[in-house]
Design a binder for this molecule. Sequence first.
Ligand SMILES: [Zn+2]
Length: 76
Amino acid sequence: MLNDYKCLVCDQVEEHWSAQKENKCTFCGGLSKRIISGGNFSLPGIDTGFPTAADKWARRHRKANKPNLKKLGIPC
Ligand SMILES: [Zn+2]
């Protein structure tokens, strides 16, 4: 599982695929402790594997604007 670890030495926060409570800071080599976040929350659009609504919108928008962009001489 992906966890956040905060280094006790340099305060660097890193993500590691590990279930351990402690990890080695890849920045300074110090000890970093797992940050306990308040439960599992999912970030939309990151772990789903299919394009987000924003992505779809941008693609459709660009497509719709293609004639206009051509007219303006912008390559697309
Ligand atoms: Zn560190």
